[in-house]
Design a protein around this ligand. Sequence first.
Ligand code: SF4
Ligand code: SF4
Length: 96
Amino acid sequence: MALLINEECIACGACEGECPNEAITSGDDIFIIDPDKCTECYGFYASQQCVDVCPVTCIVPDPAHQESKEQLAAKFSTDHPGSPLENTETWTALKG
Ligand code: SF4
Ligand code: SF4
């Protein structure tokens, strides 16, 4: 499942550089996550890096983009061909 940034975002920018998929960009008022790029950090880290640094807890699961681990792995492989999946044993989905 991709994540989304809700209206509580204060546009601090802390999350943008933490995303291993370059899925986060600055929007008009708040930051935005591209659901086609976000793997919920699956394949890279055990936890969601943007969530870990966000000071206002405004990054939440996107119910419109629910995906299985297999789908996230496929997205990872498409965007990072040849790269090994890492930390999949300890990865945990963000609870809504
Ligand atoms: S969960 Fe990971 S991949 Fe998705 S936007 Fe946040 S840092 Fe990027
Ligand atoms: S870290 Fe949180 S508050 Fe800061 S820009 Fe990212 S989503 Fe918005």
